[in-house]
Ligand binder design. Structure first.
Ligand code: IPM
Ligand code: MN
Length: 358
C-alpha cells in the first residue's frame, strides 16, 4: 500500500510525523507493507515551486492508495491572488480525486467530558458523524470573482450550485454509514430560502426510499447550529452541503473539547484524503505542543476506509482512547489534571499503547 504524505504548513508536518509513526507501527505489527511518498503541497509548495498543488504532487496522489494530509495555509499567503493561495491547492486536490464525501466524526471521549466548554451532562455520550459534501456547492460554483461596473462600483460574486447526481451520491454515503450506526440521518439545509436546498431536500428524500430502516429528519442549518450544542446526543449522522458542513464541523469539534481531536476522511472515488479538521495553527507551529491525535485518528480512518484494515484501525483508535484514559493531555485538552505532554510525547504514548502488554 502506498500513501502520499502532504504535510503542508504550520503544525502540519509535526502532526503528520506522529501519524506516520503510528502507521509504521501498524504495518510492523501486522507484517504488511506501507510505502510513504512525501510531496510538496500548500504554502510549502508555493515556496518551493511557485504553485500550491504542483503537477508532480497531483500525479503522485492520483497514483496512490491514499493521501495523508496535514494542513495548509499561513497568514503570509492571505493576500495572494486566488490561484496562488494554499487553500486553492486543497480544493484542487479534493476535486482532482473527486473526494466528494467528507466524513467528520465528532466523538466525545469519556475522559475528555470535562475538557469541553459545555456542561458534562450535555456532551457526555455524544457520537456524531458529520458528512459534508466536499466537491460542489459555493466552494466551486461559477460564476465567481470580483467585478467593477461602469460606475466604478466594486462587487464580488459566488455561486451555490448543486446537480442532482452530486446530491445523490453523497446522500448514499450518508445512508450507508447510518446503516452501520444508529440508523438516523439529519439532513441539514436552508430550504426555506435557497433553491439549492430545496433540490437537496427533494433528492435526499428520494434516496432515502432505498433505506427504509433509516430514520430521516430535515433541519434548517440555523436551527442545527443551535441543536448541536443544546442536545448533541440526538444526532447520529448529519448530512449537509459543503459550506454548511465546514461551519457545523468546527462547531461540533468544540463538543469534543478541542478541534485538535477531530479527524476526517474524504472519500468517494479510488483515492481518499485523510486529514485532521484543524488548520495550521501558525502561533504554535514548531513548538512541539500541537495535538497529534486528530491526525493519528485520521490515519485510523485511512486504515479503515482506504485499506479495509478494520482491525488495525480499531487498534489505533483503542490506543488513542487508552492514552486519554491514562491522563495524557496536550495543551488544547489540558484542564489542570492529567499529564501535560507535547506533540512527540503524545505520539509516543499512542505508540506504546499499541504495543503488546500495554
Ligand atoms: C476545512 C478547511 C478548508 C475548507 C479550508 C482550509 C479551505 O476549513 O477543511 O474545513 O474550508 O474546506
Ligand atoms: Mn473548515
Amino acid at each position: 500500500m502506498r500513501i502520499v504524505l502532504l504535510p503542508g504548513d504550520g503544525i502540519g508536518p509535526e502532526v503528520v510525523e506522529q501519524a506516520v509513526a503510528v502507521l509504521r507501527e501498524t504495518a510492523a505489527r501486522s507484517s504488511r507493507k506501507i510505502d510513504f511518498d512525501e510531496h510538496a503541497f500548500g504554502g510549502a509548495a508555493l515556496d518551493a515551486e511557485g504553485v500550491p498543488f504542483p503537477p508532480a504532487t497531483r500525479e503522485a496522489c492520483l497514483a496512490a492508495d491514499a493521501v495523508l494530509l496535514g494542513a495548509v495555509g499561513l497568514p503570509k499567503y492571505d493576500k495572494n491572488p486566488p490561484a496562488l493561495k494554499p487553500e486553492t491547492g486543497l480544493l484542487g486536490l479534493r476535486k482532482a480525486l473527486e473526494a466528494f464525501a467528507n466524513l467528520r466524526p465528532a466523538v466525545v471521549h469519556k475522559p475528555l467530558v470535562s475538557a469541553s466548554t459545555l456542561k458534562a451532562e450535555v456532551v457526555e455520550g455524544t457520537d456524531i458523524l458529520i458528512i459534508r459534501e466536499l466537491t460542489g456547492g459555493i466552494y466551486f460554483g461559477t460564476p465567481r470573482g470580483f467585478e467593477t461596473d461602469e460606475q466604478g462600483r466594486e462587487s464580488a460574486v459566488n455561486t451555490m450550485r448543486y446537480r442532482v447526481d452530486e446530491i445523490e451520491r453523497v446522500t448514499r454515503v450518508a445512508f450507508d454509514c447510518a446503516m452501520g450506526r444508529r440508523k438516523s440521518v439529519v439532513s441539514v439545509d436552508k430550504a426555506n430560502v435557497l433553491e439549492t436546498s430545496q433540490l437537496w431536500r427533494k433528492t435526499v428524500e428520494q434516496v432515502a426510499r432505498d433505506y427504509p430502516e433509516v430514520n430521516l429528519d430535515h433541519m434548517y442549518v440555523d436551527n442545527c447550529s443551535m441543536q448541536l450544542i443544546a442536545q448533541p446526543r440526538r444526532f447520529d449522522v448529519v448530512l449537509t452541503e459543503n459550506l454548511f458542513g465546514d461551519i457545523l464541523s468546527d462547531e461540533a469539534a468544540m463538543l469534543t473539547g478541542s478541534i485538535g481531536m477531530l479527524p476526517s476522511a474524504s472519500i468517494g472515488n479510488r483515492v481518499g484524503i485523510f486529514e485532521p479538521v484543524h488548520g495550521t495553527a501558525p502561533d504554535i507551529a514548531g513548538k512541539d505542543i500541537a495535538n497529534p491525535l486528530a491526525t493519528i485518528a485520521s490515519a485510523a480512518m485511512l486504515l479503515r476506509h482506504a485499506f479495509g484494515w478494520e482491525e488495525e484501525a480499531q487498534r489505533v483508535e483503542l490506543a488513542i482512547a487508552s492514552v486519554l484514559e491514562a491522563g495524557f493531555r496536550t495543551a488544547d485538552i489540558f484542564r489542570g489534571d492529567g499529564k501535560l505532554v507535547g506533540t512527540r510525547a503524545m505520539g509516543e504514548a499512542v505508540l506504546s499503547a499499541m504495543r503488546p502488554g500495554s
